[in-house]
Design a protein around this ligand. Structure first.
Ligand code: ARG
Length: 573
């Protein structure tokens, strides 16, 4: 199985080489899906740029390509249009063959990479001792999708949850815990509340503040009693985080945590190495890396000898390359950290730590409320992630109850969870991640449009077709070959065949919204197929059998696509 775009590109490469010489084999044939089916299924614009480069009329260049192009069994002879566009129409026989091949292919045409490599994906990374809030959903959901895609393509994915567990505030928190006595779930209770109380005490009581500062030193130099208290605090935070990850079906497990504290012992060596190689320089007693274009340096060691977020990221990159053997590292964080990661990447390159390692920064924008301001609760507080998930499930439950009053309460709960969580994730993934996006319950839960419920519904609808076929008795599914004939069938199969190039693009550009758009287009193509091409009431058993194959490959593509986004499907809704 090979997707048509790649297949055509290979044939074009042969034609370019034959027509213009071997040197042109590597010329990008610029094959893209056609915008308008009237003009064919794919289009190549290579004749225009090539004509210019060779000083030849583009239409002539196009003709030369056509004369040397062998697409027999794949497409009709391309038509030359306008200034030299090549319009390519795949044959029905080819589409039928491809659809039949997909029907027997568990991976739906998506091949495992022949160059698997170790990729670190750094995502989630909340700060410990605080509740996770709405802001954390983005890194979590986007990171999880990238992990799933890279993993499905056969890469060795190493998930890294870079939790903030080592800053100066932990001195204050540990000191407060020592004061209140036992460090367990009950004493800590609500993490935010606990944090607030500790901070209040810190601000109001200078004695306490002094002890809190000493605690930081004790903690970072490994004082056992302090470490014990700190561990208890982290344990409670982790339980909180794990529970949320469970609800979100995030593939990250506790073994994937390498928090800031993990790098503590490597910080001094990291700093020394950067200093000795001359990459970092002393400035007012602090060890800094000055990066062109930025005023503030990357702070490797503060003037008081302490290490912070910057140094930790340098130690982490070194560890990931040297110990985890990563050849690609993907960082999924808020766009506000763009400057930080530019500096970190620059420093790693300058120090020669990331030779032959691809460093990808995957920034995302903020979540806004419908008033266009940062998304907050009515009273102006940050929205806790747990509350947000509760509300999603509740709202989805109400919609489900209304749509389908026959469901039992248990069934409804299951559907509500899958739909509610799916809607939140999809809303986050379906827009260009770099942009801010507006959080809207009504939009994300809509049954129409580019939403998770719409896609989940499309999947469930196809399953109901199969249940009806079963109801018709044995043999009702018919037998026979796949025959793609109707335009709506053609359009549907063409879409299904694009899955592989979309998944590749997501792994390359790290932009999940392309997969969302694709799935949405696929469901629209299915709707139009279903309207135009009767399945159960097909004219002949052969036609029914053929159309059921198209239903099947569509459903499996939807399911796989949603799975790669981290979203579940339901057999009925
Ligand atoms: N804890 C950080 C924050 O809350 C995110 C960590 C991102 N990863 C990293 N390697 N710095 O902003």
């Amino acid at each position: 199985m090979i997707d048509p775009q790649t297949l055509l590109a290979n044939r074009f490469a042969d034609a370019l080489a034959a027509a213009f010489g071997e040197d042109h084999r590597a010329t990008d044939p610029l094959i893209r899906p056609a915008q308008n089916p009237k003009f064919g299924d794919y289009q190549s614009n290579v004749a225009m740029s090539l004509g210019k480069r060779l000083g030849r009329n583009p239409r002539e260049a196009a003709q030369a390509i056509v004369d040397h192009l062998d697409v027999q069994g794949i497409a009709e002879v391309p038509e030359i249009a306008g200034p030299g566009f090549l319009n390519i129409k795949l044959t029905n026989a080819f589409l039928s063959e491809q659809a039949a091949a997909l029907a027997g292919d568990e991976r739906l045409g998506v091949k495992r990479t022949d160059q698997p490599h170790s990729v670190v994906v750094d995502y989630l990374g909340p700060n410990a001792a605080k509740e996770m809030h709405v802001g954390h959903i983005r890194s979590t959901v986007i990171g999880d999708c990238l992990v799933r895609v890279l993993d499905w393509l056969g890469h060795h994915v190493i998930r890294q949850n870079h939790i903030g567990d080592w800053g100066t505030q932990f001195g204050m928190l540990c000191e407060y815990l020592v004061q209140v006595g036992k460090a367990d779930e009950q004493t800590i209770g609500d993490l935010d509340d606990f944090y607030r109380k500790a901070k209040q005490k810190f601000d109001a009581d200078p004695d306490f503040a002094g002890r809190a500062r000493k605690r930081v030193v004790a903690l970072q130099s490994g004082d056992e009693q302090t470490l014990g208290v700190w561990r208890a605090l982290i344990r409670v935070s982790m339980q909180h985080m794990d529970a949320l990850c469970d609800r979100l079906h995030i593939t990250l497990t506790p073994e994937d945590v390498r928090a800031e504290s993990f790098y503590n012992e490597m910080l001094a060596t990291t700093a020394d190495e950067l200093e000795q190689s001359g990459v970092a320089k002393l400035s007012d007693g602090a060890l800094c890396v000055f990066v062109p274009k930025y005023e503030a340096p990357l702070m490797i060691r503060k003037s008081d000898g302490g290490f912070g977020y910057d140094a930790t990221d340098m130690a982490a990159i070194r560890f990931r390359v040297n110990e985890l053997k990563a050849v690609r590292i993907v960082y999924v964080t808020d766009a506000r950290q763009t400057e930080h990661f530019h500096k970190v990447f620059h420093t790693a390159q300058a120090a020669g730590w990331s030779k032959n390692v691809r460093l990808d920064f995957v920034p995302f924008g903020a979540i806004l409320g419908e008033d266009n301001k940062p998304f907050k609760t009515r009273s102006g507080d940050t929205v806790k992630l747990a509350d947000l998930l509760d509300e999603a499930e509740e709202r989805a439950g109400a919609i489900v109850a209304e749509k389908n009053p026959d469901l039992s309460a248990d069934e409804r709960d299951v559907v509500a969870k899958v739909v509610g969580i799916g809607a939140i994730k999809y809303a986050d993934l379906s827009g260009d991640r770099v942009k801010d996006y507006m959080f809207s319950w009504s939009r994300m839960l809509a049954m129409e449009g580019n939403t998770a419920p719409y896609l989940q519904y499309a999947y469930a609808r196809i399953q109901s077709i199969f249940r009806k076929v079963e109801g018709l008795g044995p043999g009702a599914e018919g037998k026979g070959d796949v025959t793609v004939a109707h335009d709506a069938e053609r359009a549907l199969v063409l879409k299904v065949l694009q899955l592989t190039s979309v998944v590749d693009a997501v792994s390359e550009k790290l932009q999940p919204h392309h997969l969302c758009t694709y799935l949405y287009e696929l469901s629209t193509a299915f709707s139009s197929f279903y309207e135009n091409c009767p399945v159960l009431k097909a004219d002949t058993p052969e036609e029914r059998a053929s159309r059921l194959v198209l239903c099947d490959i569509t459903a499996r593509t939807l399911k796989l696509g949603l799975e790669l986004l981290g979203i579940d499907v339901l057999e009925r809704m």
